[in-house]
Design a protein. Structure first.
Length: 435
Protein backbone atom coordinates (compact mmCIF):
# COMPACT_ATOMS: atom_id res chain seq x y z
CA UNK A 1 0.00 0.00 0.00
CA UNK A 2 1.04 3.64 -0.47
CA UNK A 3 2.71 5.53 2.37
CA UNK A 4 3.24 9.11 3.49
CA UNK A 5 4.97 10.76 6.45
CA UNK A 6 3.03 10.67 9.71
CA UNK A 7 3.40 14.43 10.27
CA UNK A 8 5.28 17.45 8.97
CA UNK A 9 9.02 17.61 9.65
CA UNK A 10 11.65 20.17 8.58
CA UNK A 11 15.28 20.06 7.47
CA UNK A 12 17.32 23.27 7.65
CA UNK A 13 20.71 24.06 6.13
CA UNK A 14 22.43 25.70 3.19
CA UNK A 15 22.31 24.92 -0.50
CA UNK A 16 25.28 23.17 -2.13
CA UNK A 17 26.09 25.69 -4.84
CA UNK A 18 24.73 28.98 -3.52
CA UNK A 19 25.18 28.50 0.21
CA UNK A 20 21.85 30.26 0.77
CA UNK A 21 20.00 29.30 3.98
CA UNK A 22 16.94 27.16 3.30
CA UNK A 23 14.24 25.26 5.15
CA UNK A 24 12.59 22.22 3.54
CA UNK A 25 9.43 20.91 5.21
CA UNK A 26 8.21 17.42 4.34
CA UNK A 27 4.44 17.23 4.81
CA UNK A 28 1.90 14.37 4.52
CA UNK A 29 0.02 14.17 1.22
CA UNK A 30 -3.02 12.19 0.05
CA UNK A 31 -2.96 9.01 -2.02
CA UNK A 32 -1.75 9.30 -5.64
CA UNK A 33 -0.33 12.76 -4.90
CA UNK A 34 3.25 11.72 -5.58
CA UNK A 35 6.28 13.77 -4.55
CA UNK A 36 5.72 17.47 -5.22
CA UNK A 37 7.91 20.46 -4.33
CA UNK A 38 6.33 23.81 -3.51
CA UNK A 39 8.28 27.08 -3.61
CA UNK A 40 6.76 28.91 -0.64
CA UNK A 41 8.97 32.00 -1.08
CA UNK A 42 7.15 32.87 -4.32
CA UNK A 43 3.81 34.67 -4.48
CA UNK A 44 1.72 32.91 -5.46
CA UNK A 45 3.46 29.71 -4.45
CA UNK A 46 4.41 27.31 -7.26
CA UNK A 47 4.12 23.53 -7.07
CA UNK A 48 6.54 21.44 -9.17
CA UNK A 49 5.95 17.67 -9.46
CA UNK A 50 9.12 15.62 -9.06
CA UNK A 51 8.88 14.20 -12.58
CA UNK A 52 11.48 13.98 -15.32
CA UNK A 53 9.35 16.16 -17.61
CA UNK A 54 10.02 19.04 -15.20
CA UNK A 55 13.81 18.64 -15.29
CA UNK A 56 16.15 21.41 -16.44
CA UNK A 57 19.79 20.95 -17.42
CA UNK A 58 22.27 21.58 -14.62
CA UNK A 59 25.89 20.36 -14.25
CA UNK A 60 26.64 17.92 -11.42
CA UNK A 61 23.08 17.86 -10.04
CA UNK A 62 19.39 17.44 -10.85
CA UNK A 63 16.90 20.31 -10.84
CA UNK A 64 13.20 20.67 -11.65
CA UNK A 65 11.28 23.75 -12.76
CA UNK A 66 7.92 25.15 -13.72
CA UNK A 67 8.18 28.42 -15.58
CA UNK A 68 10.72 30.59 -13.75
CA UNK A 69 10.37 28.63 -10.49
CA UNK A 70 13.25 26.19 -9.96
CA UNK A 71 14.26 23.75 -7.22
CA UNK A 72 17.92 22.74 -7.41
CA UNK A 73 19.78 19.63 -6.18
CA UNK A 74 16.71 17.49 -5.50
CA UNK A 75 18.40 14.08 -5.80
CA UNK A 76 19.48 13.46 -2.17
CA UNK A 77 16.06 14.32 -0.74
CA UNK A 78 14.23 12.25 -3.37
CA UNK A 79 16.63 9.37 -2.79
CA UNK A 80 15.79 9.29 0.93
CA UNK A 81 12.04 9.42 0.25
CA UNK A 82 12.16 6.58 -2.29
CA UNK A 83 14.67 4.59 -0.27
CA UNK A 84 12.37 4.62 2.76
CA UNK A 85 9.24 3.89 0.70
CA UNK A 86 7.48 7.28 0.80
CA UNK A 87 4.99 7.52 -2.09
CA UNK A 88 3.26 10.82 -1.32
CA UNK A 89 4.67 14.02 0.19
CA UNK A 90 4.44 17.78 -0.25
CA UNK A 91 7.92 19.29 -0.01
CA UNK A 92 7.63 22.96 0.93
CA UNK A 93 10.89 24.85 0.32
CA UNK A 94 11.61 28.54 0.93
CA UNK A 95 14.58 28.97 -1.42
CA UNK A 96 15.92 27.69 -4.73
CA UNK A 97 18.10 24.83 -3.48
CA UNK A 98 17.50 21.83 -1.22
CA UNK A 99 19.66 21.76 1.97
CA UNK A 100 22.98 19.96 1.49
CA UNK A 101 23.74 18.84 5.03
CA UNK A 102 26.87 16.70 4.95
CA UNK A 103 26.33 15.79 1.29
CA UNK A 104 24.49 12.54 2.04
CA UNK A 105 20.82 11.60 2.41
CA UNK A 106 21.13 11.34 6.20
CA UNK A 107 19.51 14.70 7.06
CA UNK A 108 16.35 13.70 5.20
CA UNK A 109 16.37 10.11 6.45
CA UNK A 110 16.73 11.24 10.07
CA UNK A 111 13.91 13.74 9.68
CA UNK A 112 11.57 11.15 8.17
CA UNK A 113 12.52 8.54 10.78
CA UNK A 114 11.79 11.04 13.55
CA UNK A 115 8.08 11.17 12.60
CA UNK A 116 7.65 7.79 10.93
CA UNK A 117 5.39 6.69 8.07
CA UNK A 118 1.70 5.86 7.85
CA UNK A 119 0.01 3.47 5.44
CA UNK A 120 -2.68 4.74 3.09
CA UNK A 121 -5.77 3.14 1.56
CA UNK A 122 -4.50 2.85 -2.02
CA UNK A 123 -2.32 0.29 -3.74
CA UNK A 124 1.16 1.44 -4.72
CA UNK A 125 1.49 1.98 -8.47
CA UNK A 126 4.88 0.57 -9.50
CA UNK A 127 6.49 0.76 -12.92
CA UNK A 128 7.69 -2.58 -14.24
CA UNK A 129 10.54 -2.72 -16.74
CA UNK A 130 8.93 -4.58 -19.64
CA UNK A 131 11.86 -4.71 -22.07
CA UNK A 132 15.57 -3.84 -21.89
CA UNK A 133 16.63 -0.20 -22.17
CA UNK A 134 20.31 0.64 -22.78
CA UNK A 135 21.69 4.19 -22.97
CA UNK A 136 25.35 4.91 -23.74
CA UNK A 137 27.44 8.06 -23.93
CA UNK A 138 31.16 7.64 -24.54
CA UNK A 139 32.50 5.31 -21.85
CA UNK A 140 29.38 5.73 -19.69
CA UNK A 141 26.38 3.40 -19.77
CA UNK A 142 23.13 2.83 -17.91
CA UNK A 143 20.58 0.10 -18.55
CA UNK A 144 17.32 -1.29 -17.19
CA UNK A 145 16.31 -4.93 -17.49
CA UNK A 146 13.13 -6.86 -16.59
CA UNK A 147 13.15 -9.06 -13.50
CA UNK A 148 10.69 -11.63 -12.20
CA UNK A 149 11.16 -10.62 -8.57
CA UNK A 150 9.74 -7.54 -6.85
CA UNK A 151 11.57 -4.28 -6.18
CA UNK A 152 14.62 -2.66 -7.74
CA UNK A 153 18.11 -4.11 -7.90
CA UNK A 154 20.98 -1.72 -8.67
CA UNK A 155 24.56 -2.49 -9.71
CA UNK A 156 26.99 0.40 -10.23
CA UNK A 157 30.60 0.31 -11.44
CA UNK A 158 32.77 3.37 -10.87
CA UNK A 159 36.02 3.72 -12.84
CA UNK A 160 37.81 7.08 -13.10
CA UNK A 161 40.64 5.74 -15.25
CA UNK A 162 43.52 8.20 -14.84
CA UNK A 163 42.30 9.13 -11.34
CA UNK A 164 42.30 5.54 -10.04
CA UNK A 165 45.17 6.39 -7.70
CA UNK A 166 42.87 8.68 -5.72
CA UNK A 167 39.55 6.90 -6.30
CA UNK A 168 40.17 3.24 -7.11
CA UNK A 169 37.90 1.32 -9.44
CA UNK A 170 35.02 0.05 -7.33
CA UNK A 171 31.46 -1.29 -7.49
CA UNK A 172 28.39 -1.56 -5.32
CA UNK A 173 25.14 -3.53 -5.63
CA UNK A 174 21.94 -3.43 -3.62
CA UNK A 175 18.46 -4.95 -3.59
CA UNK A 176 16.67 -1.80 -2.50
CA UNK A 177 14.78 -2.08 0.78
CA UNK A 178 14.28 0.57 3.48
CA UNK A 179 16.50 -1.40 5.85
CA UNK A 180 19.41 -1.71 3.43
CA UNK A 181 19.02 1.89 2.26
CA UNK A 182 19.19 3.10 5.86
CA UNK A 183 22.22 0.97 6.78
CA UNK A 184 24.27 0.98 3.57
CA UNK A 185 23.43 4.01 1.43
CA UNK A 186 21.98 6.99 3.26
CA UNK A 187 25.28 8.14 4.82
CA UNK A 188 27.36 7.96 1.59
CA UNK A 189 28.43 11.54 0.79
CA UNK A 190 28.84 13.53 -2.39
CA UNK A 191 32.46 14.19 -3.32
CA UNK A 192 34.74 16.01 -5.74
CA UNK A 193 38.39 16.02 -6.73
CA UNK A 194 40.44 18.84 -5.22
CA UNK A 195 40.88 20.61 -8.59
CA UNK A 196 37.11 20.40 -9.24
CA UNK A 197 36.36 21.98 -5.85
CA UNK A 198 38.90 24.76 -6.52
CA UNK A 199 37.35 25.45 -9.93
CA UNK A 200 33.85 25.72 -8.45
CA UNK A 201 34.98 28.09 -5.71
CA UNK A 202 36.85 30.22 -8.25
CA UNK A 203 33.46 30.71 -9.94
CA UNK A 204 31.90 31.82 -6.65
CA UNK A 205 30.16 28.48 -6.01
CA UNK A 206 30.39 26.32 -2.86
CA UNK A 207 32.48 29.03 -1.16
CA UNK A 208 30.80 28.33 2.19
CA UNK A 209 32.13 24.75 2.29
CA UNK A 210 35.46 23.38 3.52
CA UNK A 211 36.97 19.90 2.96
CA UNK A 212 36.13 19.07 6.57
CA UNK A 213 32.42 19.48 5.77
CA UNK A 214 32.25 17.60 2.45
CA UNK A 215 34.44 15.03 0.75
CA UNK A 216 37.24 16.64 -1.28
CA UNK A 217 39.68 14.10 -2.70
CA UNK A 218 43.36 15.08 -2.88
CA UNK A 219 46.38 13.08 -4.02
CA UNK A 220 46.38 11.07 -0.80
CA UNK A 221 42.65 10.64 -0.38
CA UNK A 222 40.09 12.76 1.51
CA UNK A 223 41.41 16.14 2.72
CA UNK A 224 40.72 16.79 6.44
CA UNK A 225 38.22 13.96 6.29
CA UNK A 226 37.91 10.16 6.01
CA UNK A 227 35.94 7.59 4.05
CA UNK A 228 32.81 6.21 5.71
CA UNK A 229 33.01 3.16 3.43
CA UNK A 230 35.85 1.78 1.32
CA UNK A 231 33.60 2.21 -1.72
CA UNK A 232 31.80 5.38 -0.58
CA UNK A 233 31.97 7.05 -4.05
CA UNK A 234 30.24 4.07 -5.71
CA UNK A 235 27.62 4.01 -2.96
CA UNK A 236 26.93 7.72 -3.39
CA UNK A 237 26.54 7.21 -7.14
CA UNK A 238 23.82 4.65 -6.35
CA UNK A 239 22.23 7.08 -3.86
CA UNK A 240 22.15 9.72 -6.63
CA UNK A 241 20.80 7.22 -9.16
CA UNK A 242 17.91 6.26 -6.87
CA UNK A 243 17.11 9.95 -6.41
CA UNK A 244 17.22 10.64 -10.15
CA UNK A 245 15.05 7.60 -10.93
CA UNK A 246 12.50 8.92 -8.41
CA UNK A 247 11.67 11.31 -11.27
CA UNK A 248 9.91 8.38 -12.97
CA UNK A 249 7.11 9.08 -10.49
CA UNK A 250 6.62 5.56 -9.10
CA UNK A 251 8.68 2.71 -7.62
CA UNK A 252 10.54 0.67 -10.24
CA UNK A 253 10.48 -3.09 -10.58
CA UNK A 254 13.58 -4.10 -12.49
CA UNK A 255 17.37 -4.40 -12.56
CA UNK A 256 19.42 -1.24 -13.11
CA UNK A 257 23.04 -1.62 -14.25
CA UNK A 258 25.29 1.43 -14.64
CA UNK A 259 28.93 2.18 -15.38
CA UNK A 260 30.31 5.72 -15.04
CA UNK A 261 26.77 7.04 -15.28
CA UNK A 262 25.91 10.47 -13.86
CA UNK A 263 22.85 12.68 -13.51
CA UNK A 264 22.38 13.23 -17.25
CA UNK A 265 22.23 9.54 -18.17
CA UNK A 266 20.18 8.77 -15.05
CA UNK A 267 17.53 11.29 -16.11
CA UNK A 268 17.56 9.94 -19.67
CA UNK A 269 16.79 6.48 -18.29
CA UNK A 270 13.99 7.95 -16.13
CA UNK A 271 12.47 9.50 -19.27
CA UNK A 272 12.70 6.19 -21.17
CA UNK A 273 11.09 4.31 -18.30
CA UNK A 274 8.18 6.78 -18.18
CA UNK A 275 7.80 6.45 -21.94
CA UNK A 276 7.78 2.67 -21.70
CA UNK A 277 5.21 2.76 -18.89
CA UNK A 278 2.95 5.10 -20.89
CA UNK A 279 3.13 2.78 -23.90
CA UNK A 280 2.21 -0.17 -21.69
CA UNK A 281 -0.78 1.65 -20.22
CA UNK A 282 -1.99 2.62 -23.69
CA UNK A 283 -1.77 -1.03 -24.70
CA UNK A 284 -4.40 -1.78 -22.05
CA UNK A 285 -6.89 -0.17 -24.45
CA UNK A 286 -7.02 -3.40 -26.46
CA UNK A 287 -7.31 -5.71 -23.43
CA UNK A 288 -10.99 -5.16 -22.67
CA UNK A 289 -10.28 -3.81 -19.17
CA UNK A 290 -11.78 -0.46 -18.22
CA UNK A 291 -12.59 1.80 -15.29
CA UNK A 292 -15.56 3.72 -16.75
CA UNK A 293 -17.87 2.62 -19.57
CA UNK A 294 -20.01 4.92 -21.71
CA UNK A 295 -22.93 4.78 -19.29
CA UNK A 296 -20.74 5.92 -16.40
CA UNK A 297 -19.27 8.64 -18.61
CA UNK A 298 -22.73 9.92 -19.55
CA UNK A 299 -23.68 10.15 -15.90
CA UNK A 300 -20.81 12.62 -15.42
CA UNK A 301 -20.54 14.44 -18.75
CA UNK A 302 -23.32 16.66 -20.14
CA UNK A 303 -22.13 15.99 -23.74
CA UNK A 304 -24.17 13.82 -26.09
CA UNK A 305 -24.03 12.75 -29.76
CA UNK A 306 -22.28 13.95 -31.80
CA UNK A 307 -20.07 15.78 -29.25
CA UNK A 308 -19.30 13.04 -26.70
CA UNK A 309 -15.78 12.03 -27.73
CA UNK A 310 -14.66 9.62 -25.01
CA UNK A 311 -15.97 6.04 -25.33
CA UNK A 312 -14.25 4.48 -22.33
CA UNK A 313 -11.86 5.28 -19.46
CA UNK A 314 -9.36 2.44 -19.08
CA UNK A 315 -7.14 3.84 -16.31
CA UNK A 316 -7.88 6.17 -13.44
CA UNK A 317 -5.33 7.09 -10.77
CA UNK A 318 -7.36 9.14 -8.31
CA UNK A 319 -7.56 12.70 -9.61
CA UNK A 320 -3.96 12.65 -10.90
CA UNK A 321 -4.05 10.69 -14.17
CA UNK A 322 -6.56 9.15 -16.57
CA UNK A 323 -6.31 7.19 -19.82
CA UNK A 324 -9.30 6.93 -22.16
CA UNK A 325 -10.14 5.86 -25.71
CA UNK A 326 -12.12 7.23 -28.63
CA UNK A 327 -12.86 4.69 -31.35
CA UNK A 328 -12.91 6.54 -34.68
CA UNK A 329 -15.17 5.16 -37.43
CA UNK A 330 -16.16 6.32 -40.92
CA UNK A 331 -19.65 6.95 -39.51
CA UNK A 332 -18.43 10.03 -37.58
CA UNK A 333 -20.60 12.96 -38.83
CA UNK A 334 -17.59 15.24 -39.41
CA UNK A 335 -16.00 12.94 -42.02
CA UNK A 336 -18.70 13.90 -44.54
CA UNK A 337 -17.11 17.31 -44.94
CA UNK A 338 -13.56 16.88 -43.49
CA UNK A 339 -12.63 15.75 -46.11
CA UNK A 340 -14.83 13.60 -48.40
CA UNK A 341 -11.94 12.01 -50.30
CA UNK A 342 -9.37 12.13 -47.51
CA UNK A 343 -11.21 11.70 -44.21
CA UNK A 344 -9.21 13.21 -41.31
CA UNK A 345 -10.51 13.87 -37.80
CA UNK A 346 -10.46 17.65 -37.19
CA UNK A 347 -7.66 18.67 -34.85
CA UNK A 348 -10.05 20.79 -32.81
CA UNK A 349 -12.08 17.64 -32.03
CA UNK A 350 -8.96 15.75 -30.95
CA UNK A 351 -8.28 18.61 -28.52
CA UNK A 352 -11.93 18.49 -27.43
CA UNK A 353 -11.61 14.75 -26.74
CA UNK A 354 -8.51 15.40 -24.58
CA UNK A 355 -10.40 18.15 -22.73
CA UNK A 356 -13.34 15.82 -22.10
CA UNK A 357 -11.02 13.22 -20.59
CA UNK A 358 -9.56 16.01 -18.46
CA UNK A 359 -13.08 16.85 -17.26
CA UNK A 360 -13.66 13.19 -16.35
CA UNK A 361 -10.37 13.17 -14.41
CA UNK A 362 -11.26 16.33 -12.51
CA UNK A 363 -14.71 14.92 -11.74
CA UNK A 364 -12.95 12.59 -9.29
CA UNK A 365 -11.91 15.67 -7.30
CA UNK A 366 -15.21 17.56 -7.77
CA UNK A 367 -17.60 14.66 -7.16
CA UNK A 368 -18.77 15.97 -3.77
CA UNK A 369 -18.19 19.71 -4.23
CA UNK A 370 -21.15 20.68 -6.39
CA UNK A 371 -18.81 22.15 -9.01
CA UNK A 372 -17.97 21.26 -12.60
CA UNK A 373 -14.83 21.87 -14.67
CA UNK A 374 -15.30 24.27 -17.60
CA UNK A 375 -12.64 24.72 -20.30
CA UNK A 376 -10.83 28.01 -19.66
CA UNK A 377 -7.76 28.13 -21.92
CA UNK A 378 -5.48 26.12 -24.21
CA UNK A 379 -1.73 26.42 -24.56
CA UNK A 380 1.10 24.56 -26.31
CA UNK A 381 -1.33 22.83 -28.69
CA UNK A 382 0.44 20.61 -31.20
CA UNK A 383 -1.12 18.32 -33.81
CA UNK A 384 1.46 15.71 -34.73
CA UNK A 385 -0.23 12.82 -36.57
CA UNK A 386 -3.46 12.50 -38.60
CA UNK A 387 -6.35 10.49 -37.15
CA UNK A 388 -8.39 8.59 -39.73
CA UNK A 389 -11.30 6.08 -39.81
CA UNK A 390 -10.41 2.81 -38.10
CA UNK A 391 -7.95 4.43 -35.66
CA UNK A 392 -8.27 4.06 -31.92
CA UNK A 393 -7.38 7.37 -30.32
CA UNK A 394 -5.83 6.78 -26.88
CA UNK A 395 -6.11 9.85 -24.66
CA UNK A 396 -4.03 10.63 -21.57
CA UNK A 397 -4.55 13.43 -19.03
CA UNK A 398 -2.34 14.33 -16.06
CA UNK A 399 -3.14 16.87 -13.37
CA UNK A 400 -0.34 19.42 -12.92
CA UNK A 401 -2.08 21.71 -10.44
CA UNK A 402 -5.61 21.88 -9.07
CA UNK A 403 -7.25 24.23 -6.58
CA UNK A 404 -10.86 24.92 -5.67
CA UNK A 405 -11.00 27.51 -8.48
CA UNK A 406 -8.63 26.43 -11.28
CA UNK A 407 -6.92 23.32 -12.62
CA UNK A 408 -4.09 22.82 -15.09
CA UNK A 409 -3.71 19.55 -16.99
CA UNK A 410 -1.21 18.09 -19.44
CA UNK A 411 -3.01 16.10 -22.13
CA UNK A 412 -1.81 13.87 -24.96
CA UNK A 413 -3.41 11.71 -27.65
CA UNK A 414 -1.89 8.72 -29.43
CA UNK A 415 -2.62 6.41 -32.35
CA UNK A 416 -0.68 3.25 -31.62
CA UNK A 417 2.82 4.36 -30.63
CA UNK A 418 2.57 7.65 -32.54
CA UNK A 419 1.80 10.90 -30.74
CA UNK A 420 -1.23 12.49 -32.44
CA UNK A 421 -1.68 15.65 -30.36
CA UNK A 422 -0.79 17.37 -27.11
CA UNK A 423 -1.98 20.41 -25.20
CA UNK A 424 -1.80 22.20 -21.86
CA UNK A 425 -5.41 22.73 -20.79
CA UNK A 426 -6.75 24.92 -17.99
CA UNK A 427 -10.18 24.53 -16.43
CA UNK A 428 -12.22 26.85 -14.25
CA UNK A 429 -14.27 25.32 -11.43
CA UNK A 430 -17.82 26.74 -11.45
CA UNK A 431 -21.00 25.91 -9.58
CA UNK A 432 -23.06 23.32 -11.44
CA UNK A 433 -26.09 25.60 -11.79
CA UNK A 434 -23.94 28.10 -13.73
CA UNK A 435 -23.30 25.54 -16.49
Amino acid sequence: MQQTVAEAVSVEGRGLMSGSPVTLTIEPAPTNHGLVFERTDLHPTVQIPALVEQCVDRPRRSAIAKGDAVVETVEHCLSALVGLGVDNALLRIDSTEVPLGDGSANPFLEAIDSVGLVGQDAVRNSIKVDSPIVIESGDAMIAAFPTSGPGMHVLYELDYGSHTGRIPRQAYAIDLTPERYRDELASARTYSLAEEAESLQAKGLCTHLSPAEVLVIGQDGPIDNAWRFDNEPARHKVLDLIGDLALVGAPIQGRIVASRSGHVLNRQLAAKLREQASSASRAVATSGNFMMDIRAIQRIMPHRYPMLLVDRVIELEGDERAVGVKNVTINEPFFGGHYPRTPIMPGVLIVEAMAQLGGLLLSQRLETTGKIAVLFSLDKVKLRHPVTPGDQLVLEARTLRATSRMASLECRAYVGDKAAAEAAIRFMMVDAEQE
